[in-house]
Design a protein around this ligand. Structure first.
Ligand code: 76R
Length: 266
């Protein structure tokens, strides 16, 4: 990837590109290619910079051996990473393309003002303003993390794609905005119960890949991955309106460690 800079950047006006890549190690090619691991490490190192990030993981189960989640503003750089990896002794088993996004259901200032009055009994205008200033700061940070994430190293990762249902009476897209927003409020409440235990990155893929979102969950405790998905199944947004693709789970490791664990490199 030495010619990174010679390729024209391709960026979305809003949102970063996210590529989930899944590979099986090609044992025959790996045995014949002592530089196999170095090819992967070089490709990953050439991709990563202050904005472009890669998480590597050893996959549990037979859907893949190695998982690579790459994200950053430049889709051309993502494609270059994918292309560089094609030279390694790996066989692609699956991939997923999405973009980071803000949410149309995020709490607005008016929502928060109403909540302050209803739940916290705060109506004095000076205090409302002070509370809103803190809230604005937190939300700006939250939105920034969602659209321009820098993912932390957690021990385990789970990735799956999902869509909202569009059948019969259960058509998410024929609901009005206030109803969707109300339902998403319940979803967010369940999610907030996992603050600090599960980090989620929801990336949009409508028009880009086979499902509507990619869901990436990171947690030190693999049990938390199971717990959050289970609890969400009871929430109406998931119980009634969600459809899910395949789930892949892995152990997040530094790239060289991940490669060793899957039998590439020493
Ligand atoms: O305002 C906000 O951005 C926070 C509220 C919020 C939104 C809008 C939120 C909170 N999510 C939002 C949107 Mn979510 N989320 C999932 C899954 O397995 C399943 O059943 C569903 C997969 C999980 C585990 C999860 C976790 N969320 C979305 C959307 C887009 C919907 C749309 O635009 O129509 C999807 C597809 C989706 C799916 N969600 C949270 C979580 C968690 C843990 C939170 C709390 C985050 C926090 O407040 O820190």
């Amino acid at each position: 990837m030495a010619d990174n800079d010679s390729v024209e950047r391709v960026e979305a006006e809003s949102g970063w590109g996210v590529l989930h890549l899944f590979y099986a190690v090609d044992r025959e090619r790996a045995a014949a290619d002592p530089a196999g691991a170095a090819r992967v490490l070089d490709a990953v190192a050439a991709f990563a910079d202050a904005e472009h990030q890669v998480l590597t993981f050893a996959v549990l189960g037979h859907k893949a051996d190695l998982g690579i989640m790459a994200l950053g503003p430049d889709l051309a750089r993502l494609q270059q990473l994918q292309h560089a990896l094609a030279a390694a002794p790996l066989r692609a088993t699956w991939s997923y393309v999405s973009l980071t996004e803000g949410s149309e259901y995020t709490t607005t200032e008016d929502d928060e003002r109403a909540r302050l009055a209803a739940e916290d009994g705060v109506t004095d205008s000076a205090e409302v303003e002070a509370r809103l200033a803190v809230w604005r700061d937190r939300m700006a940070h939250y939105r920034e993390n969602r659209v321009h994430p820098r993912l932390p190293m957690k021990k385990t990762i789970c990735f799956y794609p999902m869509s909202k249902r569009r059948t019969g009476d259960d058509n998410w897209y024929s609901l009005g905005f206030p109803e969707r927003k109300r339902l998403m409020g319940g979803h967010a409440r369940v999610g907030r119960g996992y603050a600090g235990r599960v980090l989620q990155l929801i990336t949009g893929s409508t028009g880009l890949d086979d499902w509507e979102w990619g869901v990436t969950l990171l947690a030190d405790d693999p049990g938390a991955l199971k717990e959050i998905v289970y609890e969400m199944r009871f929430d109406e947004v998931s119980a009634r309106y969600a459809e899910f693709g395949p789930f892949v789970t892995g152990l997040v490791l530094e790239p060289a460690d991940a490669l060793r664990r899957v039998g590439l490199g020493t």
